[in-house]
Structures are given as C-alpha cells and as structure tokens.
Ligand binder design. Structure first.
Ligand code: ADP
Ligand code: MG
Length: 684
C-alpha cells in the first residue's frame, strides 16, 4: 500500500537513476511528486487540418500514412526515416532522426495522431520527430497536457506518467488541510479534485477551479505558519533594556530627525523594552535616513550595556557607515570598530579579542562578521542594512552569535505591505514615509540613442558646474553567458575617456575589483578627483556622494524599476538640482514605456507596486532568500486578491484556535509543522 511518504521508486519505471534525477527537482516521495505542479499547459485536444498549420507552432493532426516509411542514410552516418501523412486538407512530411524503429509502428493506410512542431513552409509542411499515437489509445494527445519544469534525465513523458500513477496510488489518502467551513465559505473544491485537475484538467474551467483551491491553500498555510512563528517569538525573552534619556543623542545630531524617523525609533525602542526580542523591519525609501534609526537603537542598546553588530552588504557601505557613525558615537564614549574581509590579520586578531572582552560596543562590518571566530561578550542587538542583499541564513547566522538578540533590519526596497508580510515573514514593520526636508526630486528622463549627443553635452555641463556624474552600465556583451562585468565597465570607461571626454577625469568601479581598489576609487570620487564614475550596480547600495548630481543608466531596460529607483537615489543627496537619465534603445516599445513610470513619480512604494504588476514578484523572491516555504503554485503578481482572502481566513481561524488544537485542525497543524520545519530554525 502506498502512502504519501512512500518513496518515488514505488512508481513503475522509476528506479535508482530516475529517482536521483527526480531528487534534483526536490521530488522524493509520492507527496512531493503529486505536488510538483505544471508550469504551463498545452491544449492538445484540438485536431487541426494540415492546411491550416503555421510553421513554428505546435499542433496535433489526425492523418493517414500515405507512404511506406523509408530509411535514408545521410553522410554523417545517421539514419533518417521519412514518410508522408495526409488528411483531407493537405499533406505533411514526417522526418525521424535516429529512430529507425518507428518504421515498425507506422503502417501505410493507417490513421495516427501526430503531434509536434510544424516546420517547413506553407507549401510544404513537415514535422521532425513528432509524437505518434493511435486514436483511442492517446496518452500525450487528446488532453490538455501539463508542462512541467524539467531537469536532465527527467522528461515530460516520464513526469506525466509518474504523476498519473502517483495520483492513482494515493487518491484517497490526501487529507484535506483546509477546514470544511473554510473550504465552503470560499467556494473551494475538494482536495482530490484539485490535484487531479491541476495535473490533468478536462477543460480550462476545471483547471481554474483546481488551481484556485491550491493557491488559496498554499497562501492560507503560509499565513497560518507565519502567525505561528510570531506567536512562538512571544514566548522567548529578549535582552533586557530599560528606558534611556535619548536627549543627549538627539542633540548631538547635525539635524533634527523627521517625524517618520522618530516614529520608527519609538517603535524600535518600545520593542527593545518589551522583554521580547525585537524583530523589526525598518523600511524607507533611499535617502529617508534609516541610518539614524539604526544609530538611535545602537545608542539605546549600548546605554543598556549591550553590544551591537551592524552588518552591511558591501565593503564600501560598511566603511561609509563606520566613517559616519564612529565620530558621532565617540562623543559618547561608545567604542566602534570596523571589520571587513580586508581588515589586516593583526588588526583583526586584536579586534576579535576586544569584542570578546566587551571593550568594543559597536562592530560594523560585512559578511566578515559572520565568521565563526567572531564572538561577542554580550551581543544584544543585531542590525542588518539593506536586508534584501542578505539571505535569511546570514541574518540567522549573525543573530546566532547571541541568544535571541534584538534584530533590526533596514531595507530600501519598498515592498507592498502584503508582500512584506510574506517575504520578511514574522517581522514587525516600521515605514519611514517622509524624506528629510529640502530633499529635491530627481528629475528623470527616459531617452533613446538619438539623445546621445545632447546627453554628452549635458554631462559636460554638469561637470563644468563643478558637479560629478555616475554612469551605470549593465553587462552589454552580446552573449549573456560569457559576459563579464569587468570587461563591460572597463571597456566602456576607456571608450568614454578616449573618445568622448578626453578632457574629463573618468574612473570606474566594478564588483570584481579588490576591496582596497574599490575603496580607493570611491575615496577619489568623494574627494572630487574624478568627474565621471562608470560603474556596475555596486553603487546601488547606500553610497553617499552629495556632489554627484547626474545619474546616467545605460541599457536601462535591463533593470527592474525598483532597482532603477535605488540607483537614482545616489543623486539628489546634496542641495543641488539633480537628474537621472535612463537610456534605452530596446526595440520593444512596451519595455521602454515601463521606464516612463520613473519619470512620473519619485515615490518608491508606487514604483515597487508598478514593478510587481509588470514583472511579478520574482525580483522580490529572488533566490528563495526569505527562508520561508517556497511558493509552488501561487503567483503573487496575479493572485493578490486570493492572498488577501486567504490571509483573512487564516487570521480568523487562528483567532479562534491559536495553536490549531481542535481535532478538525489536525491535518492543518501537521502540514504547517512540516512546511515550516526549516524556517522555524532559520527565522528565530
Ligand atoms: P538611507 O535611508 O538611504 O540609508 P541615509 O541614512 O544614508 O539614508 O541618509 C541619507 C542622507 O540624509 C544622509 O546624508 C543623512 O545624513 C541625511 N539625513 C538623515 N536624516 C536626516 C534628517 N532628519 N534631516 C536632514 N538630513 C538627514
Ligand atoms: Mg542606507
């Protein structure tokens, strides 16, 4: 008897080798197998007259074999089998490569279903290696066929057959994790129907009914699980803090904080005093002043006797934080240190020692902070800047250096709230929705190559006014595979220097440079020793050079809107009027249209919503970095309404039964426990 947890080798035709191949798709058990959903479908119910076939499309035809199949040996030594099939509308050439055996199953005068890609031209159509089935014995034609994501050693046919068997084997074993009243209240189909029809739908309508139920279920489970994580956090103690008079700190700042900054700080300090570990995301557009929120928390933590670690994604950014914060904190006798990959061994040893004895209060650094030998005397607060650059693993590794420390995460990627809840899981969220006063809008233009001459003149004009310019280029080689950011940047910088701006000072920066080199380039740019900095997106994150007033982005269509908005945030940081020019010569008008959004608004939240609408949440969900169960079927770019519905249903249910202890909630509880077994370790 098969069970959900039965090994996939149970399926006829799946042995060791195929099981290993399936393992690459994370399919180990029958449950995994039937939860491996199609990425798309192809309607093979329709039989098409041969005369209507267009070269390039996939199609099914019902046709009679009009010739005997013949073998032809070609020069390479390979064998071709050729035949011709006809229906009442026309004829179709059939060609089979290296499949001499098809001769045995093709007989002149018999009628077959052929399925394949149409080739040739309108006068003479052909199919190479089509699928052949007999009418009445159709498996891969005559249905709406699921198309699964594949890997080496796993074909559509293999998966289709295996899933068919899997469904038959455990048809009646699927527990329904959705409580009956939820299922009914939201008009969702039964679980068996859903699995059957998501794989093998009889019609587009059946597919929709099935998919809707599974998407709802997935989002419902996710919401329940997240709420469970939040509840669990309420049960552990955080580093103890008491109220501190912050007046001295605020007085030491060169500017008054904005209302939004103050609110975020209040949120965070309240968390730190709550007795529970803080787990807060502070979200604010580029330039909104998140660093000061972090600094206030550092001050507060240190006054309470705790050490703080502040982790930034790049060396440049870590150094910049250190340069900004260390002088401020030293006024208060708070001892700061910088630890990065390029810290010399000797300095590093001394520094580690001081961290361990507690002589250092604030350690700012990069991933280098995560190394095992970095130990703290009393780490109480962990801050990660630009969280989206870090995986949950790294965040967890840092917080593992203490027992349930307070955590503050800073992010400039404004994420619609519903999504933030999923991506950042169990984090509380503060939003800095106000920029410091006097901040200017960055005037943004989307242009094509026709503007090149004018653009160059504009660059010149900025430089002669004493300003500086960033030029960001993506990898522009023809072949994506072999593209190399170093070459792209250096070649472009060289060209600009030699051919376009021989009299200006052009420097460049890319991710492959050594930290020391990067630092030197940045320092020189900050010191106005260079007029134009050509760079990859390494400057996207946090870099602050107020004298830079123009940001040019080449091949702008290659970037997401949110990312462009981040890049644009590198200018407009001083008092002077600033500009952003997005250059795109993409032939697709829609692609270029997309860039217009940036010319119309400076509101990061609006932009990210637009990004979400246009590109889907793929960007936000990059690399499964959030550590939550991956979404297998829900697509948050189009299932947002269902998400809200599922979230509401989950909250209602858990208000009534917070630990899901009712007998009717048992399947739900068990499924969540399994789904979140990894995340629970990682997120807390
Ligand atoms: P981000 O949110 O992008 O990390 P930063 O913290 O780097 O923003 O702040 C951007 C700039 O704004 C910095 O130069 C900072 O000194 C300045 N700044 C921050 N808060 C204020 C404020 N309340 N008033 C004026 N300037 C501020
Ligand atoms: Mg920042």
């Amino acid at each position: 008897m098969a069970e959900l947890s039965t090994d996939v080798r149970y399926i006829k035709g799946i042995g060791e080798t195929r099981a290993n191949a399936l393992a690459r798709l994370d399919i180990f058990t029958l449950r995994d197998l039937i939860s491996y959903f199609p990425r798309d479908y192809e309607d093979r119910t329709l039989m098409r007259p041969i005369r209507e076939l267009m070269p390039g499309e996939n199609a099914c035809v019902r046709a009679m074999l009009a010739t005997d199949p013949i073998s032809v040996r070609v020069r390479s030594g390979r064998v071709l089998v050729k035949a011709r099939a006809v229906d009442e509308s026309g004829s179709l050439d059939l060609i089979f490569f290296n499949k001499e055996y098809v001769k045995n199953s093709l007989h002149r005068g018999d009628t077959y279903i052929f399925y394949g890609r149409v080739e040739g031209d309108l006068l003479r159509r052909s199919m190479a290696n089509p699928l052949i089935e007999k009418e009445g014995q159709q498996q891969l034609t005559g249905h709406i066929m699921p198309l699964y994501p594949l890997t080496a050693g796993v074909s559509q046919l293999l998966l289709t057959k295996a899933i068919r068997q899997g469904l038959d084997a455990i048809r009646d074993l699927m527990p329904d994790v959705l409580p009956e009243e939820v299922r009914q209240a939201h008009s969702l189909c039964y679980v068996n129907y859903a699995y059957e029809n998501v794989h093998f739908p009889g019609s587009p309508e059946e597919l929709e009914v099935a998919r809707r139920r599974l998407v709802f279920e997935e989002l419902f489970l996710l919401t329940c699980g997240l709420r469970g994580l939040r509840q669990r956090r309420r049960d552990v103690a955080g580093p103890v803090c008491e109220t501190v008079d912050m007046a001295a700190f605020y007085k030491a700042l060169p500017f008054p904080l904005t209302g939004a900054q103050k609110r975020s700080i209040e949120d965070a300090l309240a968390d730190m005093c709550s007795g529970r570990p803080m787990n807060r995301l502070c979200q604010g557009d580029v330039g909104s002043g998140k660093t000061m929120v972090a600094a206030a928390c550092v001050y507060f933590g240190v006054k309470n006797g705790w050490q703080t670690a502040l982790m930034a994604p790049t060396e440049i950014l870590a150094r910049q934080h250190y340069q900004n914060l260390a002088p401020l904190f030293e006024n208060f006798g708070i001892r700061c240190a910088l630890l990065t990959g390029s810290t010399p061994a000797k300095t590093r040893r001394a520094l580690l020692q001081q961290l361990e004895t507690g002589e250092i209060d604030l350690c700012i650094g990069t991933h280098a902070l995560l190394t095992e030998d970095v130990q703290y005397a009393r780490l109480g607060l962990v801050i990660t800047d630009e969280q989206h650059r870090f995986g949950v693993n790294q965040r967890a590794a840092l917080s593992a250096k203490a027992e349930n420390p307070h955590m503050l995460v800073l992010s400039a990627t404004p994420i619609p709230r519903t999504l933030a809840l999923i991506i950042y899981g169990d984090l509380d969220v503060s939003v800095i929705d106000e920029l410091p006063p006097g901040r200017q809008q960055v005037d943004t233009f989307a242009v094509d190559e026709h503007y090149r001459t004018r653009l160059n003149a504009f660059i010149r004009k900025q430089v002669s006014a004493g300003r500086q310019v960033y030029i960001v280029c993506s990898m522009v080689t023809e072949n994506e595979e072999s593209s190399d950011e170093r070459k792209a940047v250096t070649a472009y910088a060289e060209k600009l220097q030699k051919e376009v701006f021989p009299d200006l000072r052009v420097s460049f920066l890319h991710g492959k440079m050594k930290p020391k080199e990067k630092e030197a380039v940045m320092a020189a740019f900050t010191a106005r020793e260079s007029d134009i900095l050509v760079s990859t997106t390494v400057i996207e994150v946090g870099v602050d050079v107020p004298n830079a007033t123009l940001m040019v982005v080449e091949n702008a269509e290659r970037f997401g809107l949110s990312q462009l908005h981040q890049l644009r945030g590198r200018v407009g940081r001083g008092g002077a009027k600033s500009y952003c020019v997005l250059v795109s010569d993409h032939p697709n008008e829609e692609t270029r249209e997309r860039l217009k959004v940036l010319t119309q608004t400076n509101d990061g939240f609006k932009i990210s919503e637009e990004d979400l609408r246009l590109r889907g949440p793929g960007d936000f969900f990059g690399q499964r970095q959030h550590g939550l169960p991956a979404l297998k079927i829900a697509d948050l770019s189009c299932d947002m309404r269902l998400l809200k519905e599922a979230q509401q249903a989950a909250e209602e249910l858990m208000d009534r039964d917070p630990a899901l202890l009712l007998p009717s909630h048992r399947p739900l509880r068990e499924r969540i426990a399994r789904l979140f077994s990894v995340s629970a370790d990682m997120l807390n």
